[in-house]
Structures are given as C-alpha cells and as structure tokens.
Design a protein around this ligand. Structure first.
Ligand SMILES: [Zn+2]
Length: 623
C-alpha cells in the first residue's frame, strides 16, 4: 500500500482549504520573519544568522539550542509541500537562496551543523546523548527529499547526500559505534533510500535502529570520557529509558521516555519493519502502538504525562492539568499511526491519527497563525498556572515563539503534508482514509471527493478497481451503493469508467469515561463529536468550571457560531452547577451538595485559548 503523494492532491474542503491557506499564507511567512529575528517581542531565533556565522559571512556568535538548525529545515520541508501543490516563483527563489546559505555552511567533508561548526568544532560525534547532530541531519534530509520532489531541483538533495555519505562512512559495524539521543535520522534515511534507491541508506537506518539499547550504555560511556561537557546538565539523570535505549528495540513492550523521541523511533521501526519484512520488529511495533494508544494517550491524542523529561510515565497516569502533551508528540503519533496503517491496514490506526490531528495538533496553532502552544493540558485555571511553580510549563495563551521552538515549524510541516495521507493505492485497490474534500489524477485514474456538510460525492474515472472507505469511529456512514465490512471499511467494486458514488458521513456525539485506573479522570466524563474532543471555556460558561456537573445521559444540540465557522459546531446541553451558597467561608463541609440547573456549552478542544486567557476543562464530574 502506498500513499498518493502530496504533489498529486488538490484540496477543496470546507475546513481544510482555509486551514492550509492559513499555514501557506500566514504561518510560513511569519516563521520566515521569526527565523530572521524580525518579529518584535518574540523569543529570538537567530537560526538564519547561525548559518551565516558557520558559512563565514557573519561575525556574530552562535545563539540558540544545539538543534536550532532543524527549525529552518522543517520550514523548508513545509514550504516544499506548498510548492509541490502550487508553483510560487518568488518563494522558490527564496528557498534556492536559503539552500545556497545551507550549502555554504557545509564543511569540506560534508559535515553540516552550525553549533558544532561554530561553537565546538573539536567535539563532533562525541555527545550522542545531547548533541542532536543526527537529529538535525535527519530534518535536513527530510527537507532535501521534499524540496527535490516538489521542484525537481537536486541542489539541497546533493548537500544531504554528501552529509549522509559522511554519516555512513562514520557509523556502523566495524566503524564508530553510535545512535542518536533523539531519533529522526532513521526516518530520514529511509526517505532518502526511497527517493535515491540507494540501499546503503536503508542499511544505515537499520544500524541505528538495531544498535539502540544493545550492549553497554553508550550515552553513559560518553559522559565518563575525559573532556566531556554537558549541554543539558539535567539529562544525565534521566536514565536510558528516557532515550528508549534501555533495551534492544525488539524487546521493548511499553512506550517509554521522552514522548517525541519515542514516536520518531517507533515510526522509523515501523517503516524499517515494513521494508525488510521483519516479523520480530513488526511485533515490537504492534506492542508499542497498543501500549501507547490504550494505556498512555490522553483523550485529546496527547502524549507525555510528565513535564520533567517531557515523557511517558506509567500506564494510566494521565493528569489533566500538569501533563505535557507536547504538540510534537502528537505529530509523532500521526507519523507512527500512518506507518502502523501501512503495516497492518487496520483502520483504527486512522482513528488515532485523526484523534491526534483534530485535537492536540490543531490546538498547537492559534486562529491568527501567529501564536502557538507547545504544551497541551486538558485543564487550565489561569490563577493556579500563574502562582504554582509546578505548572510553570503550562501556558494559558499561545505564544509568538519559543526559545526551544520545535513545535511551530513541525506543525507547519505536518499540516502542509496532510494531503499525502488521504488516499492510498494498492494495485487495483483505492483506500480513502480520511474524508477530506480533494482530488487527484494519477496514471489513467481520476478521483474526486467532494462534500457539503455530511453529504459526500465520490467521482471515480478509471479502473476497474475496489474502493475502500474508512468508517471513522463515532460516526454514522450511510452509503447504499457500498457494502459494510467487519473490519471497518465500506467497499464497492468499481467496474471501470466514470461514475459518481454518494454517501453520508455524520459525526456522532458521545460521552466518554476513562478506564477506571485513570485516577485523574475517575468519576468524570468528557464529550466527543466524531473524533473531536470538546472542552468548556469560561468564555462560554461562568468560572469556576470545576463546579459544572454533566449528566451521563446528556443530549447535545449543535450550534454554529461565527468565530468557529460551519465545520466546528458548539455543543450545548442542560447540566448542573454546584451551589456555593451555604459554604460560608468553610473549606470542608459535611452538608450535602446543592445544585443549580445551568447550560453547558462546549467548543472543540483545538480551539481553546483563542478568546483571551480563561479557564478551560475537558473532564467533568458526572451527575
Ligand atoms: Zn515540539
């Protein structure tokens, strides 16, 4: 099974057309200004300047975290997806100029990393735990592959290949031992293999995956060497599981450690397992995926319950207010889910993919395209956040930028690449995996999926072929022409030629409980429409939201409001509020609670924090 690539897809959808336009026309130009330090009162990036320093054309100093180069690479990757859909000569010229700058910063032997070139030239490949050299190389390669596919120009790809060849000469059996503290190179090398056909890159990805967690502790050994200096001094206390190097990858059973690192590693494992048809690795991927989505995932598709280490903790530990749920981790969950779908064809992987996208990923970006969330809690009380140091990582409003700015450019690249996840082809089978209005022409085949509200029209010209529509969880799919299968697809045999098929896809509203072992959600309920999780904000419901009580049998009315548009209704229901009347200054009381009736209004979680600082809550006590 192969996804139909971004470059072939044209989007025409009530929600996604404007979402893509926001990224292309607002977010990416804004980020370019950020990378050039031209936005007032935003955290300094210095990214472009660092490349000039490394290229010898600026006398400035390096500034930023060791992995700041990756911000530019992710920007280039996102711009490439835009260029692959629509030509833009001015933007392409800007990219070409930027690629020349990157090329000028590359060392004679192919090495490319501004921090190690400018700040620590003698320390190359000595600190895999913290150095992020292979991580940055990975994002460079992903950008190079995307730009080549979008424009046919191979200047950046050649820069990547020179660096990849140096990495290949450096690492492997009989060469230097190593693997990255932050996985990413593995995913990128597999993409480079797919575009170049060069098997060495696949083998090198396999080396980094397979060497991880074998034998002695590589990172601890590096820390003990003479002359070692720490870049992130706290990291040494994190333990091998933080880096997913506590066991060989085939022996790992539960998602562990830093959530973004975990998702990138598992995604690469799934790619490598598929390409090499490795049953043990496939099993490991299935165990890790199962553990992630049935034990350690927030109902918003968020991952990472602890701030310290931005990491997974143990099964069922999912605190709503102090968790981390980094935007990048949910982007990683989309990457992992799409690859698990390629491995298994299981439609539920796309339910998770959508759960991550519709909630935590979309929450990462403000409606103005200039503000971003890094941490995505399920409960925010602004006064507590401002006064309680253990919640210092939580932001009550989106930020212009971050000193560690991995999330915003990662959002740009995942959102611009979404068209490439809608359709997949497998011989004469066509999968429609997520119901986004779009069309493509490939070979003799033309496919168009159009929709107005819940009514969908699918036009196929070509074939004969079998069409499989994914039935999303928590929705009703009605299509008389289709046959429902037990595995969650609706299918039809298209006899060939041009024909239109119609179906109706209606998101349902449901009330969810968490597993009884999720202590933080015990006795609580939350609401989903389709796979969009909802929340209450004080902008619609008087604070404190902790007083709200939701009946388990609540019935919701959908209401369209101007600021959210037609694709995202507000949900309203009759609920209760605990009265504060008889409390008379006491903190604890034995009296029974008194309730007042009230209306509860909920908005999609992804849209919270767009109306100024206020309380927000996903889980409600049941009444
Ligand atoms: Zn991030």
């Amino acid at each position: 099974m192969k996804f139909v690539p971004v470059a072939d897809i044209k989007i025409d959808d009530p929600l996604w057309t404007s979402q893509f336009a926001l990224v292309r026309d607002v977010v990416l130009p804004y980020m370019w200004e950020i990378l050039n330090d031209r936005i007032e009162n935003a955290e300094k990036s210095h990214c472009i300047e660092n490349f000039k320093v490394a290229a010898g054309t600026s006398d400035d100093e390096f500034y930023g975290p060791v992995f700041v180069d990756s911000d530019l690479y992710k920007w280039l990757e996102a711009v490439s997806y835009c260029l692959s859909v629509e030509k833009d000569p001015a933007l392409e010229a800007l990219c070409d100029q930027t690629i020349e700058l990157i090329g000028a910063a590359q060392q004679a032997d192919g090495y490319l990393n501004t921090y190690f070139t400018v700040v620590a030239p003698g320390k190359r490949w000595t600190n895999h735990m913290e150095g992020h050299e292979l991580y940055c190389a990975g994002h460079l390669i992903e950008a190079g592959v995307a730009y080549f596919k979008a424009t046919g120009k191979d200047r950046l790809l050649k820069i990547c290949i020179r660096f990849a060849d140096l990495i290949d000469q450096t690492f492997g059996k009989g060469k230097k031992r190593g693997y990255p503290g932050h996985p990413e190179i593995e995913l990128a090398l597999i993409r480079l293999y797919e575009v170049s056909g060069e098997a060495r890159y696949l083998s090198l990805a396999g080396y980094f995956i397979n060497e991880r967690g074998q034998g002695s502790n590589l990172f601890a050994e590096e820390c003990e060497k003479d002359g070692h200096s720490f870049i992130f001094p706290d990291m040494v206390h994190f333990g091998a599981d933080y880096f997913q190097s506590h066991l060989p990858v085939r022996e790992q059973n539960s998602a562990a450690g830093h959530a973004v690192r975990a998702m990138y590693l598992y995604s690469a494992m799934a790619d490598y397992a598929r390409l090499t048809d490795d049953p043990d690795l496939i099993n490991a991927c299935e165990r890790l995926y199962e553990n992630t989505v049935t034990r350690q995932m927030y109902v918003t598709g968020g991952l990472g319950a602890a701030k310290l280490g931005e990491r997974f903790t143990v099964d069922y530990d999912l605190p709503p207010d102090s968790g981390y749920a980094e935007t990048c981790a949910s982007i990683g969950l989309m990457l992992f889910s799409s690859r698990m779908w390629l491995l298994t064809g299981d439609k539920s992987c796309y339910d998770i993919w959508e759960q991550a996208l519709f909630n935590t990923v979309l929450s990462g970006i403000g409606r103005d395209g200039h503000h971003f969330f890094y941490v995505n809690p399920l409960e925010v009380i602004p006064q507590s956040v401002s006064q309680n140091p253990t919640l210092a990582h939580v932001k009550t409003e989106r930020r212009k930028w971050f000193s560690v700015a991995c999330c915003p450019p990662n959002l740009a690249r995942i959102l611009t690449s979404i068209p490439g996840y809608i359709y997949a082809l497998d011989g004469n089978r066509l999968f429609i995996l997520t119901h986004i209005g779009s069309s493509f022409k490939k070979g003799g085949l033309y496919v168009k999926l159009a929709h107005k509200g819940d009514e969908y029209a699918l036009t196929i010209d070509g074939g004969p072929m079998e069409i499989l529509l994914r039935h999303p969880d928590n929705s009703t799919l009605i299509g008389d022409q289709f046959e429902e299968r037990a595995d969650g697809y609706f299918t039809i045999q298209h006899a060939g030629g041009r024909k239109e098929y119609n179906y109706c896809l209606v998101p349902q509203v449901r009330i969810l409980k968490a597993h009884p072992r999720v202590s933080a959600a015990a006795g609580k309920l939350c609401v989903q429409r389709g796979l969009t999780t909802y929340c209450a904000e004080a902008a619609d419901n008087a604070a404190p939201l902790s007083s709200l009580r939701l009946p388990e049998e609540a019935v919701f009315n959908e209401e369209r409001v101007g600021w959210l548009g037609d694709a995202m209704p507000i949900l309203k229901t009759a609920g209760y509020r605990v009265s504060e009347e008889n409390w008379n200054g006491t903190l604890y009381s034995s009296q029974s609670s008194e309730y007042e009736s009230c209306e509860i209004a909920l908005i999609p979680y992804s849209q919270w924090g767009n109306r100024g600082e206020n309380e927000m809550r996903v889980w409600f006590v049941e009444k």
